[in-house]
Design a protein around this ligand. Structure first.
Ligand code: SF4
Ligand code: SF4
Length: 85
């Protein structure tokens, strides 16, 4: 399973809650505090590192407030063949 995480820019977030509806891991919640703009911003609550970096939250966010980071696993190296000539 791919590993990922997100950051949410609370200066952009208007608290529409759309991202909370699409996360398959249900790890985006709404803050109980207010941003400088007067909205309750979305926050990531992921103590068990369940985020897969699937991009659904960032894709649906109308305010481009979410940045997704996804772990890229190094490709398996294929052993090179050595020829004795
Ligand atoms: S990238 Fe996917 S799993 Fe991670 S918080 Fe966003 S919707 Fe959820
Ligand atoms: S979809 Fe975007 S604007 Fe709406 S709550 Fe989530 S981060 Fe905030």
């Amino acid at each position: 399973m791919a590993k990922g995480t997100i950051t949410i820019d609370e200066r952009r977030c208007k608290g529409c809650e759309l991202c909370t509806t699409v996360c398959p891991k249900n790890i985006i919640h709404m803050a109980t505090t207010f941003s400088a703009r007067g909205y309750r911003p979305a926050i990531l609550v992921d103590p068990n590192e369940q985020c897969t970096g699937c991009l659904l939250c960032a894709t649906i966010c109308p305010d481009v407030a979410i940045t997704v980071y996804r772990e890229i696993k190094p490709k398996a190296t294929t052993p090179s063949t050595t020829r004795n000539t």
